[in-house]
Structures are given as C-alpha cells and as structure tokens.
Design a protein around this ligand. Structure first.
Ligand code: AMP
Length: 273
C-alpha cells in the first residue's frame, strides 16, 4: 500500500492507469462503516484509493474540528488490512491556498435540514469533494447513505458540473444494537450511548408504522418526536429521495431523517423506505 500526501504526486501516480479506480473519501478515525465503503470499492474496481483528510472548511466556527478524533496510524493499518492500494493523506496546505474559488451549495437544498443546522457546511463539503475528485479522477466514488443529504448534494453536483464519475451509495453500518457507526460516537459516555439509541429506535419504530400502513408524515414525525424525548432534536423530517418534503410516505422513494444532540454530540441517522 502506498501513502501519498502530495496531490500532484498522486495525480502522476494514477495518471494513465487503465484500471478502474474506486475512491473512498473520509475524514479518518475509520470504523466499520468506512470499511464497508472500501469493501464495496474493492469489489467493483481493480484499484482503490482512500483519502484521509479532516477538511477544515466544512466545520463551522465553534464546532468540533479541534477535538475531532485523529487516529492516523490505526487508519493506515485498517486501510492496509482492507487491501487499499493508495492512501491519500494530504496536509491542509497541500489542498487549500488563501483566496481561492470554491463551490457553493444550492440555495434551497443546501440550506435545509443539516444545512439549516450548519449553514455553509455543505459549501465546504462540496468544495473538498470537487477537489478530491479532480485529484483522483476515479471511475466510481463511494459515499454513505448515513449522510443522506451530503450524498444527494454530491450526486447533484457531479451531474450539474457534467463530471465523469459514478457516485455509489452505500448502506449504513450499525452496531448490533442499532446505533449507526460514526467517528463521533467516541465522544459518548456509556450513559449517553444508551440515550443515543433512541435515534435508531425511533427510525425503526417509524418503519414499523409504515409497514402497518400509517403513511402520514405528520403522524409519523409526531410519534418519533415523542420517542426521542428528552433528546435535543435539531430535526425529524420525512422527504422524498429528491429531498422535497412529502405528506405521505412513498415506498421506494422516501427518507426519514433525524438529527439530535446527545450531550454536546450531534448525531445523524436516517432510514430509506
Ligand atoms: P466521514 O469520515 O465521517 O466523512 O465519512 C466518510 C464516508 O463514510 C462518508 O461517505 C460517510 O457517509 C460514510 N459513513 C460514515 N458512517 C457510516 C456508516 N455507519 N455506514 C456507512 N457509511 C458511513
């Protein structure tokens, strides 16, 4: 496995490869969710690149950029064991220069839900993904359904900028009790971890309501809010796969999303119906 930190060196290394390249962008502190993306990339490509870059521009002032878990050595080992061909490990100075162009998230879809909780967050996400896709020039790039809005905005960007990469959505990996894996779970105390389970339970209960033919989104959202109490809820929303609000669940075209705070930790989860 090769580790490269310079973008130009990586471009040169990958240039002219006739193999299909699968790309998995991450911010490090890798867990089984990330590994499932890597596995899928390996199944579908002959060459796999993983980037590990804690992207500062997607954090708002006062968020957890400084305390975000860093596990560089463990991450490299995980990649090696998973059979990654190249880890791209850039420094911020290799990626950003002062006063440069950037991508702006769409005015509506970039500022609802997660974008309303974190205004400007998706500008940072789209800008770094655009840069990384230009550096790696992959055949396919892999993103988790766990960050459903991010996945939607990246898929839109790639289409709107006529880019030649296929975006692949990967299912959310969970702990055996249902908690969605996240690098931020490390912040949770044992007590908070128990509280956090309310999030996946509320989604599971919502899907049970739907299977019993309760399709009204306001009724489902009300029940979920009751189950989530006393967590501080940022949003509970039901949208179609294009991220438009809907009045009734449409099976095969619906995402139910939750963001709630457990202590100081903001946790995201969703279910695709
Ligand atoms: P991050 O390092 O948090 O930026 O995540 C890197 C990629 O892994 C993103 O595409 C995430 O959506 C994805 N990811 C994060 N958690 C999970 C999970 N539990 N299951 C599947 N994919 C995940």
């Amino acid at each position: 496995m090769k580790i490269i930190s310079n973008p130009y060196e990586l471009k040169k290394y990958l240039n002219g490869t006739s193999q299909s390249v699968g790309f998995v962008p991450t911010m490090g502190a890798l867990h089984k969710g990330h590994i499932s993306l890597i596995k899928k990339a390996k199944e579908e490509n002959t060459f796999v690149v993983v980037s590990i870059f804690l992207n500062p521009t997607q954090f708002l002032k006062g968020e957890d950029l400084e305390k975000y878990p860093k596990k560089d050595e463990a991450d490299k080992k995980i990649c090696e064991i998973a059979g990654v061909d190249v880890v791209f490990f850039p420094h911020a100075k290799d990626i950003y220069t002062p006063d440069e162009a950037s991508i702006l998230a769409p005015n509506v879809r970039g500022y609802i839900l997660e974008g309303a909780s974190r205004p400007g967050h998706f500008n940072g996400v789209l800008s770094i993904v655009m840069k990384l896709l230009h550096i790696v020039n992959p055949t396919k790039a892999y993103f988790g359904k766990k960050d459903a809005q991010q996945l939607n905005l990246i898929s839109l960007m790639v289409k709107q900028f006529f880019m030649d990469v296929e975006i692949i959505a990967v299912d959310t990996m969970r702990e055996s009790d249902g908690l969605a894996l996240s690098s931020r779970n490390i912040y949770l105390s044992q007590e908070q971890r128990k509280e956090a389970l309310k999030i996946s339970v509320s989604l599971y209960e919502a899907s049970k309501m739907v299977s019993k033919k309760e399709l009204h989104t306001t009724t489902i959202i009300k029940a979920m809010r009751e189950q989530l109490a006393p967590l501080e809820i940022s949003y509970v929303e039901i949208v179609n796969r294009g991220f438009e609000p809907i009045e009734a669940v449409e099976i095969g075209n619906t995402i139910i999303l939750v963001e709630a705070k457990v202590g100081d930790t903001r946790l995201l989860d969703n279910i695709w119906l």
